[in-house]
Design a protein around this ligand. Structure first.
Ligand code: SF4
Length: 231
């Protein structure tokens, strides 16, 4: 399957009853500040280049962010942080993102999440993560031949990419490398190419408001990812 076909299939998936209910209820009730806007209310596909060297692995869309706009990291503060950093690194055309048709483009980068539907309290269950892993595997099967590095956002993203590479027939060092901001794990893909995974604190408000993640820290990780990806 090509990426467009995978995206089309993801966008109509209803495999997780709790998440389907939550994504649709959030789209009906809407946050007051977005009351006049249409909500997407469906799964969110990957976004970016078709033949990327650098991947960005996220957790799941936010109920009033990606679940509203229909595009990853678009419409919430975490996404604003990430896209601004990608723009500073020369990897995105726009510093500010507004909606799914704002013309944003990524260069050599593709982002996607471990879970494609917005979960209550941003916390998918283990069963939901495992249920969505099939989409991650399908997308990675198309991307791993080109990818040389992955920025994993948070411990959830880190575990998701390590698990997916292992399922694809690649090699993950033992003992399993631990997530940390700036930590680098060197994996190899099924065809024997090195794949560097770089840990990064998730740019959620919880981390950015408290100063646990600063813009400089995010810039440094992206720059390392860029270097390891050869971008
Ligand atoms: Fe389907 Fe993934 Fe959404 Fe579950 S989280 S309904 S598997 S797209």
């Amino acid at each position: 399957k090509n990426l467009l076909e995978i995206d089309a299939r993801i966008s109509v998936c209803r495999a997780c009853p709790r998440l389907v209910e939550w994504r649709e209820r959030s789209a009906e009730t809407k946050r007051a500040s977005f009351a006049n806007q249409p909500y997407w209310g469906r799964p969110i596909t990957g976004f970016g280049a078709d033949f990327p060297k650098l991947l960005i692995m996220g957790l799941a869309p936010a109920a009033n962010g990606g679940n509203r706009t229909g595009r990853m990291f678009t419409g919430d503060q975490a996404g604003d942080w990430l896209f601004r950093a990608l723009h500073r690194a020369g990897l995105a055309t726009r510093a500010e993102v507004e909606h799914a048709a704002d013309g944003q483009k990524l260069f050599g980068v593709r982002m996607f999440s471990a879970v494609r539907c917005a979960p209550p309290e941003n916390k998918p269950s283990i069963e939901e993560r495992d249920c969505c892993a099939g989409w991650l595997d399908a997308e990675l099967a198309r991307l791993l031949p080109f990818a040389r590095a992955v920025v994993a956002l948070g411990g959830f993203g880190w575990d998701a990419i390590l698990g997916a590479v292992r399922r694809s027939g690649g090699t993950v060092p033992t003992p399993k490398p631990k997530f940390g901001h700036g930590a680098v794990a060197v994996l190899s893909t099924a065809d024997g190419k090195p794949l560097n995974v770089i840990g990064c604190y998730h740019p959620s408000q919880q981390n950015t408001f408290t100063g646990r993640l600063t813009e400089k820290m995010l810039d440094d990780v992206l720059s390392r990812g860029q270097e390891l990806a050869g971008l």
